[in-house]
Ligand binder design. Structure first.
Ligand SMILES: CC(C)(COP(=O)(O)OP(=O)(O)OC[C@H]1O[C@@H](n2cnc3c(N)ncnc32)[C@H](O)[C@@H]1OP(=O)(O)O)[C@@H](O)C(=O)NCCC(=O)NCCS
Length: 244
């Protein structure tokens, strides 16, 4: 682990590093997958009032180590949530193009997982897993960003949930058709072998309910979890050739 990179949790929504984080968020995340930045900065502002029983939200930032009094120059961020009774949910990771390929993304994801483990402990249990979704490239679309993501997920030990196409609300355009997303899962306290088809269906249904307010009976729920599919944990890189 490099000590030339420092990471910390943003706790002051008005701090100048938040403007840098916002620029990075808006520059690195596909527009149709972005939530309004105010949702993220608002959660930073409310962080100090968090208590177990509620979603615990984190915005972790990374910067090169500078002199003690120099302002930081943010080169990466990770946004994550602990959902009590469910598990961890990584929402966004972004790294400045010039700083990529040097372990910043992996460091931020690992740090987020540790923070989510602390949240689970605050609740009185262990963190079973962390999940996140991502949109694969459409046929003909440039696949380089997808390859970089899969490289990162592989590096941190996450698996792809094959057989699942999550139909998720497009929060940037709620009237648009649902986003069709792939799901990735990083086992934490719960062993990878225990995630069979039934367990993965529960994970997906839990995410749809917790994050997308989508319950059984809803069209998006039915489209995400048709009974004839078998869900399996596969190595993350196997998602590379998948036709979406
Ligand atoms: C995905 C992203 C966060 C990776 O950040 P990063 O700091 O470059 O990642 P790391 O340097 O920690 O690399 C982690 C692993 O991914 C692999 N990887 C990184 N970029 C890659 C690329 N372009 N192609 C293939 N593999 C890549 C690395 O090889 C590394 O594995 P290794 O250590 O075994 O070699 C960065 O590319 C990015 O910000 N992309 C745009 C935003 C995005 O897609 N975010 C993710 C979804 S929210």
């Amino acid at each position: 682990m490099t000590t030339e990179l420092i990471c910390w949790e943003a706790l002051d929504a008005a701090h100048p590093s938040m403007a840098q984080a916002r620029r990075l968020f808006e520059a690195t995340q596909p527009p149709d997958e972005q939530i309004p930045w105010e949702w993220i900065s608002g959660a930073v502002g409310r962080r100090k009032d968090w208590r177990p029983g509620r979603w615990a939200t984190h915005l972790h930032l990374a910067a090169p180590r500078g002199a003690a009094k120099e302002p930081e120059s943010v080169v990466g961020f990770a946004n994550s949530l602990h959902l009590p009774g469910y598990g961890g949910y990584l929402t966004y990771v972004g790294v400045e193009p010039a700083a990529r390929g040097r372990g910043v993304g992996a460091r931020l994801v690992r740090l987020a997982v540790k923070a989510l483990q602390v949240d689970a402990w605050c609740e009185g249990g262990d963190l079973p897993f962390v999940v996140w979704e991502s949109r694969p490239p459409a046929p003909g679309e440039d696949a380089s960003a997808w390859r970089a993501k899969l490289g990162l997920w592989r590096r941190v030990g996450a698996r792809w949930v094959s057989g699942l196409v999550l139909h998720a609300t497009n929060y940037s355009r709620p009237d648009a058709p649902p986003l069709r997303l792939a799901l990735f899962l990083l086992p934490a306290a719960r062993p990878a072998e225990s995630f069979d088809d039934a367990a993965l269906r529960e994970v997906a249904a839990g995410l749809l309910s917790e994050v997308y307010d989508c319950e059984p009976g809803d069209e998006r729920h039915a489209a995400s979890l048709p009974p004839d599919r078998v869900l399996r944990l596969r190595p993350a890189e196997e998602a590379e050739g998948v036709v979406w």
